[in-house]
Ligand binder design. Structure first.
Ligand SMILES: Cc1cc2nc3c(=O)[nH]c(=O)nc-3n(C[C@H](O)[C@H](O)[C@H](O)COP(=O)(O)O)c2cc1C
Length: 183
């Protein structure tokens, strides 16, 4: 089984990276091959809305000359996709949003969905609370999963995240438990 874990934070050693790392450890222990994609800064540009992808039947077909097509092929060959992001202004990071928008290339003209049947999860960290803040990320994510005919297998929201060094043992326990639940 293969898990494709997308880190949407610009910080490679930030809160989200740490939480995702604990989840990935548990996936590996559960015999998943884990592929991590660090979206970092500028890996993917936003969707240009050119609709070129709609003319390509069985491949992503994005017209942009960057890593997009290879990323989408990786997603198509995974069993589990984990999206991890810090909350930025009550949404996912711009890095992850670009990937989600560009996943539009996997929706084909004849209503075939090239991600159909994948298991999907969301992990998010934020400095503030869950209520009226981190919880706002859940409906768009669940709508995305449903529209792409993926199976939502869970959401992990970690509030109160400021300095990565200060993430406590309780957060690690929650992340590992969540990771085990995905196996
Ligand atoms: C531009 C920006 C916007 C943010 N917006 C929010 C927000 O809307 N709600 C919140 O709780 N935290 C917000 N934060 C705090 C981060 O989400 C939080 O510290 C997160 O854990 C950072 O993750 P990282 O270390 O993986 O980058 C924001 C931080 C930045 C830099």
């Amino acid at each position: 089984m293969k898990a494709f874990c997308v880190l949407g934070s610009p910080r490679q050693e930030g809160n989200t990276a740490k939480v995702l790392g604990w989840i990935e450890d548990e996936l590996r222990s559960g015999d998943y091959a884990v592929v991590r994609l660090n979206l970092g800064n500028g890996v993917l540009s936003p969707c240009r809305e050119c609709y070129a992808c709609k003319k390509v039947a069985d491949a992503p077909g994005c017209s942009q000359d960057d890593r997009g097509n290879s990323i989408f092929l990786e997603m198509m060959t995974s069993d589990l996709i984990v999206f991890a992001s810090p909350i930025f202004c009550w949404g996912v990071s711009a890095q992850l949003k670009a990937l989600l928008d560009r996943a539009f290339c996997l929706l084909k003209e004849d209503e075939r969905l090239l991600l159909a049947g994948k298991r999907m999860a969301l992990v998010a960290t934020g400095a503030g609370a869950i209520k009226d803040n981190l919880d706002l990320l859940v409906p768009p994510y669940q709508t995305f999963a449903k529209y792409f005919k993926c199976k939502d297998v869970g959401t992990l929201l970690i509030p109160g995240c400021t300095t990565p060094d200060k993430l406590n043992g309780d957060v690690e326990k929650r992340a590992r438990k969540f990771g085990r639940s995905l196996v």
